[in-house]
Every structure is written in structure tokens, then in C-alpha cells.
Design a binder for this molecule. Structure first.
Ligand code: IMP
Ligand code: MG
Length: 195
């Protein structure tokens, strides 16, 4: 059962118990059913690529939680989960900062077939630093799966093995992605407009 009404296009946000309407509006960019269809395809591809093996999905908190779960449910080879949280600090814009691990993986990945699951690859800064860190731990294999890719903003090159959707240079929320920690629970990907 879909959670979104198909007719819904604009989403206004009420704040203060509905007394005020927020200045943030969200328009649907990728509807729920399209995301589901694409996740089915990605999971089929992953299941084929790892036939006879176990995969460990490394979910990058918090943006990738919904995508990781929906993907895992549709993968037919055995799946293990682990979670890592990173943030970028630095003097300039946050996307150019160096990546710091805020929450470590619980388990060693040595010998594992690791797939890093990301919500969106934007500048590429996060993954271009995280991939070598995880590679140094000697997994059997290491791949990257992202729900969204904003190639127009790429400054750090990064190879993506599984890519859900290429999107234009817009700020998007929903399906795990946030603005100021909000909107992660929207069942679709929407563009956030400020008015
Ligand atoms: P990168 O290091 O620039 O590739 O940034 C990746 C991270 O930035 C993602 O994991 C998101 O947390 C965040 N991000 C980038 N673009 C968006 C967006 O449009 N909406 C929400 N978060 C975003
Ligand atoms: Mg993120």
C-alpha cells in the first residue's frame, strides 16, 4: 500500500499547531512508487552480483536508514547490517571539510563483501574519504550504492556501483534525507522550496 496520495503535489508545512504555515514548501520530485520500482531493480542486480555470497550493508546514518531497509528487504542473498555516522568539519563549506567518524561500525569488516549505502552523493567529499578508510580494513570487496546522485555538484571524484536516480542540482528531502533534521519520514523525494 502506498503512503502517498498520487494527487498530492504541494506540501505545506504547518507549525505551531497549525496556526502558521511554514515558508518551506515541498514539491514531489520522485514519487514513492517510482522509488520502490527502482529499489526492486537495484536489489535484483545486487542479488545477482553476490550470488552464493553474503553482503554487509553499511548504512551511513541517518540519511540512508529508509533506503537501506527497503533495499535489504528485497535482496535475496544473506544480508548483514552495520551502521556508521560521519560528519564533515573544516574551515570552508562543510562539503569540503575532512570527514570525521562520529559513530564507528560495530564489527570488523575484514573479509566481508561490503556495500556502503548512501542517501545522496553530492560533492562526493564524504565518500571519497570514507571509501579509502574502509578499504584499509581489508574487506573482501567494497562497493557503493546510492539512492540519489547529483553529478552537477561533484568536486571529489567517486565511483558509484549502484545508483538509484540522477537528479538535478536541487535541495531534496524525504526518504531519509533531511533539512535541519526534518522531513526524513516523507515517503517520496521532494524538492524543498523556500518562500
Ligand atoms: P557530499 O559529501 O557532498 O557528497 O555530501 C553527501 C551528504 O550531504 C549526504 O549524505 C547528505 O547528508 C547531504 N546532502 C547533500 N545534498 C543533499 C540534499 O539535497 N538534501 C539533503 N541532504 C543532502
Ligand atoms: Mg548523509
Amino acid at each position: 500500500m502506498l503512503l502517498t496520495k498520487q494527487t498530492e503535489y504541494w506540501k505545506s508545512v504547518s507549525v505551531n499547531g497549525g496556526k502558521y504555515m511554514s515558508q518551506e514548501k515541498i514539491s514531489v520530485l520522485i514519487p514513492e512508487e517510482k522509488i520502490e520500482d527502482r529499489i526492486v531493480q537495484l536489489a535484483e542486480q545486487i542479488s545477482k552480483d553476490y550470488q552464493g555470497e553474503t553482503v554487509k550493508l553499511v548504512c551511513i546514518l541517518k540519511g540512508s536508514i529508509i533506503f537501506t531497509c527497503e533495499l535489504a528487504k528485497r535482496i535475496t542473498v544473506p544480508v548483514l547490517f552495520d551502521f556508521i555516522q560521519v560528519s564533515s568539519y573544516g574551515s570552508g563549506t562543510k562539503s569540503s571539510g575532512s570527514v570525521v567518524i562520529k559513530k564507528e561500525l560495530d564489527e570488523d569488516i575484514k573479509g566481508d563483501n561490503v556495500i556502503i549505502v548512501e542517501d545522496i552523493v553530492d560533492s562526493g567529499n564524504t565518500l571519497s574519504q570514507l571509501v579509502p578508510i574502509l578499504k584499509a580494513r581489508e574487506p573482501k570487496s567494497l562497493k557503493v550504492c546510492t539512492l540519489l546522485d547529483k553529478p552537477d555538484r561533484r568536486t571529489a571524484p567517486i565511483d558509484v556501483d549502484y545508483n538509484g536516480f540522477v537528479i538535478p542540482d536541487e535541495f531534496v528531502v524525504g526518504y531519509g534525507l533531511d533539512y535541519d533534521q526534518k522531513y526524513r519520514n516523507l515517503p517520496y523525494i521532494g524538492v524543498l522550496h523556500f518562500e
